[in-house]
Write a protein of this length. Structure first.
Length: 317
């Protein structure tokens, strides 16, 4: 019998904690038939997993493996497994979307003023070699060596893996909590729900109204799945109200036609990268793209119309 399991006749306990990580407020709730201390220890392990991804893969941390990689263009560099995995998935999605999803947008994002801590607003000063990263780069300028686990950046560039890294961080945190009856991880729009909530029911997820800060457009009932939303309303450029953080690499401008896109998938990393890619597809192609990947999508158009895949309807409450 492990520390996290006790008699099934005991009353389920519920512990919730929140911390500032990955540029957002990360909240974790766990429900389990064990002691509150055991639940708290498990939550601590989950937060450690999230913090590791942030410390390794953030462009806002000058000591991260990602920033160290960007300081050495033209050289094959060995990187931690977590960074290699993220780049592999990013390049696969870039191929699937014909470059619509691209991890080399760091310099473009900086040029629009996305070089500030999302919570404090403080500017993050990149090292000179990073600031020299070109905007004339693409995912095709990245080469992965699967055998040696090395990465070659053929040109100077500033990588940005923010969204996809957050998804992986949620997935790694979820692995630390799978032995319990239920848990919910919420990392600023990236969620993973497992089992039951404190009332013994599947978890409820509110889809935010894009134009009302505390408004909810609808509710989804979800369990044992990830739910990720990409939207134009969360992070605006400090230089222009017309620019948000979801940039179309082909135009160098923010995607238009949708206000948000929510994806339900087996893993948060998958849901995150697909929600971003689906958003950039625009209203006319968003649902078709999600269905091709056999995932469910709920999109909010500029006219505040809700459009969704057929499979998404079963989650709506």
């Amino acid at each position: 019998m492990t520390q996290e399991t006790t008699s099934m006749n005991s009353q389920p306990q519920h512990v919730a904690e929140s911390r500032l990580l990955m540029g957002t407020l990360v909240s974790i709730q766990v429900v389990g038939r064990t002691t509150r201390d055991a639940l708290s220890h498990a939550i601590e392990r989950a937060f450690v997993a999230i913090q590791y991804v942030e410390e390794t893969c953030s462009r806002f941390n000058q000591d991260s493996a990602l920033c160290e990689l960007c300081r050495h263009p033209g050289e094959p560099r060995q990187v931690p497994d977590v960074l290699f995995q993220l780049l592999r998935v990013a390049l696969e999605m870039a191929e699937i979307t014909d470059g619509l999803f691209d991890p080399t947008l760091g310099k473009i994002l900086e040029s629009f003023g996305f070089n500030r801590d999302y919570l404090t607003g403080e500017s993050v000063s990149n090292a000179p070699t990073l600031s020299e990263g070109s905007i004339n780069v693409s995912y095709q300028d990245i080469e992965l060596d699967e055998e040696n686990k090395t990465v070659l950046l053929r040109k100077p560039m500033l990588l940005d893996l923010g969204a996809i890294a957050k998804g992986l961080a949620v997935d790694l945190a979820a692995k630390e909590l799978m032995n319990f009856e239920g848990f919910a991880i919420d990392a600023g729009g990236d969620l993973y729900l497992h089992g039951v909530d404190p009332t013994g029911q599947p978890w409820m997820v509110g889809i935010q109204h894009p134009l009302k800060k505390n408004g909810i457009l609808c509710w989804l009932q979800v369990t044992d799945a990830a739910v990720c939303t990409s939207g134009s309303y969360e992070r605006k450029s400090p230089l222009s109200d017309e620019i948000h953080h979801l940039i179309d690499p082909k135009t160098g401008k923010s995607g238009r036609g949708l206000l948000s896109c929510t994806i339900i998938a087996p893993q948060a990393m998958m849901a995150d990268v697909v929600s971003t890619s689906t958003f950039l597809q625009g209203a006319s192609q968003a649902l078709e793209f999600a269905q091709e990947l056999e995932l469910d999508a709920l999109c909010i158009t500029d006219a505040l119309d809700m459009i969704m895949t057929k499979g998404m309807e079963r989650y709506i409450q």
